[in-house]
Design a protein around this ligand. Sequence first.
Ligand SMILES: C[S@@+](CC[C@H](N)C(=O)[O-])C[C@H]1O[C@@H](n2cnc3c(N)ncnc32)[C@H](O)[C@@H]1O
Length: 195
Amino acid sequence: MSTIEAKQFDRGMRWIERLGIGHLRRKLLHGVNGRVLEVGAGTGANLPLYGRSTQIALIDIKPDRLQLARQKSEKPNTPATCANAHHLPFASNQFDVVVGTLVFCSIPQPELALAEIKRVLKPDGRLLLLEHTRGHGPISRRFTDWLHPLWFALQGECHLNRETAVTVQEAGFTLEHNSVHGYGLLQMMKASVNR
Ligand SMILES: C[S@@+](CC[C@H](N)C(=O)[O-])C[C@H]1O[C@@H](n2cnc3c(N)ncnc32)[C@H](O)[C@@H]1O
């Protein structure tokens, strides 16, 4: 059984979808194929967007959210594992694509997670991210920096002003695509591994 928390989280995420993030998810995942790992998959908002031939594995640190993702999935056998992105429970060189949406804001040590993602990706694998980040314009940057301490104190998980694109590059990835959306607050990144 999924908990009340997971159901409330799911309802909250549906509001975020209504703000228009859906088309960015579709753009991020368009044409994704092969063996895919989604980190921080939550209640499975991206599941309907993967092609039929894609072999997906999900991880999240919260088992109840994964349980809800399983209940909603058209493929009830989708492997969904409760795990911390800091220590991925997979052998090296396994995945063609690793996906993360709205997750690097809350992973405590993003550099550890990125090292793990690099390890499990095949040499020609790709990392696809859609993240909210530190604002890109002078106003949005000031807004995220200003709001972050209160926001983090209230919910203790999500960082409003991370510079995820910089962390991704420092972790040994090359950004092939990096676009800014949502008033400078959302970033779509497609990266390959530096080998
Ligand atoms: C804002 S939700 C986004 C969920 C989903 N990716 C989406 O786009 O709707 C962030 C998710 O990341 C998960 N998460 C946070 N830190 C994590 C970690 N260290 N390892 C794995 N999952 C994590 C949370 O439990 C949560 O489900």
